[in-house]
Design a protein around this ligand. Structure first.
Ligand code: 8GT
Length: 137
C-alpha cells in the first residue's frame, strides 16, 4: 500500500443537521460530497488542523466535541487517505464558501442519500448508527 495522507474532517452538528460540503469540479474527486477539513500539516495536531481548515475553507469557528473512528481508504490510484473525523459544534463566523461548490445542512437520516467520497461512506454509516442509538432510542 502506498503511504497515506492524514486528513481531518468535521461533522458539524446543529439542530440535528450536519454540514455537508460538495467538492468543486476542479478538485480531486469532483462533485463528491465530503465533510469539510483537510490534510494535517507538519507539527499540527489533528484538532489544530481541523480548526484551521474549517476557518480557511468556510470562515467558520468550531469547537471539537469528540473523535470518531479513523477510516483508512485506498483510492487505488496511489492515494491512500486516513480520514480522521470529529464531531463538532459551531461557535461563530459567517459562512463563506472558499473551495466548495455548495454546502447543505442534512438531517441525519438523509445523510446516506448524498454521493459521498468513498473514504467517507463508513464514516457516514458509523455516525448515523451512533446518532440514532444515542438520540432516538
Ligand atoms: N477534507 C476532506 N477530504 C477528504 C474527505 N474524504 C476524502 O477522501 N478526502 C480526500 O482527502 C484529501 C484532502 O485533502 P485537502 O482537502 O487538503 O484537499 P486538496 O484539494 O488539497 O487535495 P488534493 O491536492 O489531493 O486535491 C483529498 O485528496 C480528498 O479527496 C473528506 O471528507 N474531507
Amino acid at each position: 500500500m502506498p503511504s497515506s495522507i492524514q486528513v481531518t474532517c468535521a461533522l458539524i452538528l446543529q439542530d440535528q443537521k450536519v454540514l455537508c460540503a460538495q467538492r468543486s469540479g476542479n478538485m480531486a474527486l469532483p462533485w463528491k460530497w465530503e465533510f469539510p477539513g483537510g490534510k494535517i500539516e507538519k507539527g499540527e495536531t489533528p484538532e489544530q488542523c481541523l480548526l484551521r481548515e474549517i476557518k480557511e475553507e468556510l470562515n467558520l469557528d468550531i469547537e471539537i466535541v469528540m473523535a470518531f473512528p479513523v477510516n483508512k481508504h485506498d483510492y487505488g490510484n496511489g492515494k491512500v487517505v486516513e480520514l480522521i473525523p470529529f464531531l463538532a459544534k459551531l461557535r461563530g463566523g459567517d459562512l463563506i464558501l472558499k473551495e466548495h461548490t455548495q454546502i447543505l445542512w442534512k438531517g441525519v437520516e438523509e445523510l446516506r442519500s448524498l454521493d459521498w467520497a468513498e473514504a467517507d461512506i463508513p464514516i457516514v454509516e458509523g455516525f448515523v448508527t451512533w446518532f440514532l442509538d444515542r438520540f432516538q432510542a
